[in-house]
Design a protein around this ligand. Structure first.
Ligand SMILES: C[S@@+](CC[C@H](N)C(=O)[O-])C[C@H]1O[C@@H](n2cnc3c(N)ncnc32)[C@H](O)[C@@H]1O
Length: 252
């Protein structure tokens, strides 16, 4: 009975804790969104381009990130039948994966991002390349709000902005949208000083960035397993200042 304070107290206490956690999550996402609409957009748009206006750290991040994108494209091409499959690129940024996928003849690509600036730039690049079509669609959306069903769901270098529990929730949600395959990348947790230094330099200061999280791979794998997916490919893509674990899961 809620009128009994002794019964009501624990219930309302845990409701408060849940609300606090949810408020913190919403606040964290808003920081990420605001960053990628402004400073973060400028910075990452330059990194994910051929612009010469990058420093040494950014140039290395560009190289490392390209290795991640290339590894995904190689796996997908190995599987073949791209034209028969529907892909979802969750947190697509400026379209570094979606555009080449469309170029390779993917059946459909649905690319979405929390940041409207990122989506606008991805769309602009697609139009510039003559790739804009019904088979390549863009949307502004956080990945938690995505719905639908896709052969393969891919989420690259997005989890770095979220702590372990939030990232695992994201894995479960993305898995629920994937009919056959889920591919994710994240900065793996490791005690190595060199890695911490690398991550620190990737996001060099509070005024310029969001927090950066390293994630425990076993937690990510367990979240995927709980949703019925098992790892089939793993790679570690590196460059100075870039360190990203890529895992492809298939429905078991
Ligand atoms: C480091 S960039 C990676 C972009 C892209 N996946 C790639 O590899 O080229 C991270 C992207 O994740 C997006 N992002 C962060 N949190 C997100 C969320 N909750 N839902 C959707 N996108 C998100 C950011 O706006 C940004 O574009």
């Amino acid at each position: 009975m809620t009128s009994d304070p002794q019964q009501a107290t624990p219930g309302s206490g845990s409701a408060t804790a849940t609300n606090d956690a949810s408020d913190a999550k919403t606040a964290e996402k808003e920081v990420v969104r605001a960053y990628f609409e402004s400073t973060g957009f400028d910075r990452w748009n330059r990194i994910y381009s051929e612009s010469a206006e990058v420093n040494n750290v950014q140039r290395n991040i560009r190289l490392g990130h390209q290795k991640t994108v290339d590894a995904v494209l190689a796996w997908l091409q190995e599987e073949g039948e791209l034209d028969k499959r529907g892909y979802c690129d969750a947190g697509c940024g400026v379209g570094s994966l979606s555009l080449p996928l469309a170029r390779l003849g993917a059946g459909s690509v649905f690319a979405s991002d929390l940041s409207a600036a990122m989506v606008e730039e991805a769309r602009r690049r697609a139009e510039e390349e003559g790739l804009a079509s019904d088979r390549l669609r863009f949307a502004v959306s956080d990945l938690e709000s995505l719905s639908g069903s896709f052969d393969t769901v891919i989420c690259l270098d997005v989890f770095i902005h979220y702590p372990q529990t939030a990232a695992e929730e994201m894995v479960r949600h993305l898995a629920s949208l994937a009919e056959r395959q889920l591919i994710v990348s994240f900065a793996p947790y490791t005690p190595l000083l060199a890695v911490l230094k690398g991550i620190g330099q990737l996001f060099p200061g509070p005024s310029k960035t969001t927090r950066a999280y390293q994630l425990k791979e076993e937690g990510i794998v367990a979240a995927a397993a709980g949703a019925g997916f098992e790892p089939v490919h793993r790679s570690l893509n590196q460059a100075p200042f870039y360190f990203s674990r890529l895992v492809a899961f298939k429905r078991s």
